[in-house]
Design a protein around this ligand. Structure first.
Ligand SMILES: [Fe+2]
Length: 213
């Protein structure tokens, strides 16, 4: 399945009025099919050659959902974050990625306590689901390997508002709203706006520009 087919399928999926669990399951299958497309493998060397943490929007800016590809240098990690109760799927395309899930416990104003609930190694071609609910929304991702990793993030809504959770005085975390997803991660790379990457992304009709979020 190429990127245009994936976009069409997501548009169609969203029109069907399915329950959350069914939606998440169908999305899982679509993401898995898309991961097998050879154009993604062609993209990997291009990403690594840039030498930076990068995010690429593969969906069209007019789409009412997000398909995003992230490249991770060895050891890079995301902040702990939620996903605005949006249904999504996260997949590892390459590398050794660890996902840690958290549950939000006690809240006190902008502070809260978090409890780690699970940790998974997302092996290549595996897909992890993001579901509404307090135990399925919060996570942190880390490239635990010595090589570059790449992950694919598909959300059934545009993930433009979410929250990150920064360590505060133990055991508290400070909750901060964000208007752009994963924006905080760019602290690990060059200033966000200085890099405008365009990469060829092959599909059945030719090439498509991939723009950085
Ligand atoms: Fe995430």
């Amino acid at each position: 399945m190429d990127i245009q087919s994936l976009r069409r399928e997501i548009h169609s999926l969203k029109m069907q009025g399915l329950a959350s669990a069914t939606l998440a399951s169908r999305l899982h299958d679509l993401v898995h099919a898309f991961m097998l497309h050879p154009s993604l493998a062609q993209l990997m060397p291009e990403l690594q050659s840039k030498g930076l943490y990068q995010r690429y929007r593969l969906s069209d800016p007019r789409d009412d959902f997000h398909i995003i590809l992230v490249a991770w240098a060895p050891g890079q990690t995301s902040p702990i974050h939620d996903h605005h109760d949006i249904i999504g799927a996260v997949a590892t395309l390459q590398g050794q990625v660890i996902e840690t899930r958290f549950r939000r416990d006690i809240s006190m104003g902008p502070l809260c306590k978090l409890e780690p609930t699970a940790q998974y190694e997302l092996s290549p071609l595996s897909v992890s689901q993001i579901l509404p609910g307090k135990e399925m929304q919060l996570h942190q991702m880390t490239n635990a390997g010595q090589q570059w990793a790449a992950t694919l993030h598909v959300y059934l809504e545009r993930l433009e508002q979410f929250q990150i959770y920064r360590p505060w005085v133990k055991p508290w975390y400070m909750v901060r709203p964000q208007t752009l997803w994963f924006d905080e991660d760019t602290q690990y790379s060059e200033p966000y706006n200085q890099v405008v990457a365009t990469l060829p992304f092959g599909n059945a009709k030719g090439e498509r520009e991939v723009s950085r979020l």
